[in-house]
Write a protein that binds this ligand. Structure first.
Ligand code: GLP
Length: 233
């Protein structure tokens, strides 16, 4: 037994439906002022559903989990571009924040991002998961008390994520990412994982042992976690 509220769905569409219901309820009850967002293919149906709806985010401030170092919103491979394309160009928010991967001083960028998060505590953080159990770009071995920092991506993550890179642009080997502490500071966590490639990560989570080797397992110590998956686990 663990604290995770496990929601079994047919697939990504039904998963997006479930997230929609949760977000709608929080908005209606005025409990959603600051929303943490994620990128990745898992999130595309979620944002599509929001865009097609009458959800009103005009009072909501967002923070994205991560961004590659060395590329900016002009690159179709950046997370800023992804967010503009799938959500921000189509829905109005009060403010949207993504770390600047082109900042001259990356340490300063990380510190100011973390300071903004501290001033605007996350009500909800949406999460995907990497095949190796990473959350945001917190790779296996990342300390649980990590805050926003520059992370080195593992070969496994570079391999998986490079398939989405367009225009022959090389995939950056580093990224700015919210730390595990920054993420788990959120009041409510919603993680989505679909397909066999995510089975190892979800199985590790549900096994119930908290270990830095599987960053996702830190969620076991959070009070309010929903995991939406199509896997029979
Ligand atoms: C990247 C992101 C993660 C995301 C993961 C899964 O590594 N940094 O935040 O969870 O991709 O992506 P996908 O949804 O495409 O499987």
């Amino acid at each position: 037994m663990n604290n995770v509220n496990l929601v079994k769905v047919e697939g990504p569409e039904q998963g997006a439906e479930h997230v929609f219901g949760m977000i709608k309820e929080e908005l209606e009850n005025k409990r959603l002022n600051v929303l943490g967002l994620a990128t990745g293919s898992t999130m595309i149906p979620v944002y599509k559903k929001w865009v097609e709806s009458d959800l009103d985010f005009k009072g909501v401030i967002t923070f994205n989990l991560d961004e590659y170092v060395g590329i900016g919103a002009a690159s179709p491979n950046s997370y800023a571009y992804f967010m503009n394309e799938h959500l921000f160009d189509k829905k109005k928010f009060k403010e949207t924040h993504i770390a600047n991967g082109l900042a001259d001083d990356l340490d300063e960028e990380c510190a100011s991002y973390e300071a903004m998060l501290n001033e605007n505590p996350l009500d909800i953080q949406l999460l995907g998961v990497g095949e190796n159990g990473h959350i945001a770009f917190n790779e296996p071995g990342t300390p649980f008390d990590s805050v926003t920092h520059v992370a080195e991506l593992t070969d496994s993550t570079l391999g998986v994520n490079s398939q989405y890179f367009e225009n022959d642009e090389a995939i950056p080997e580093t990224a700015i990412t919210m730390g595990i502490q920054s993420i788990t500071n959120a009041k409510k966590l919603i993680l989505l994982a679909f397909g066999e490639k995510k089975r190892a990560a979800i199985s590790k989570l549900l096994e119930g042992t908290v270990t830095t080797e599987w960053p996702i397992t830190k969620l076991l110590e959070h009070k309010d976690v929903t995991v939406i998956t199509d896997l029979d686990v």
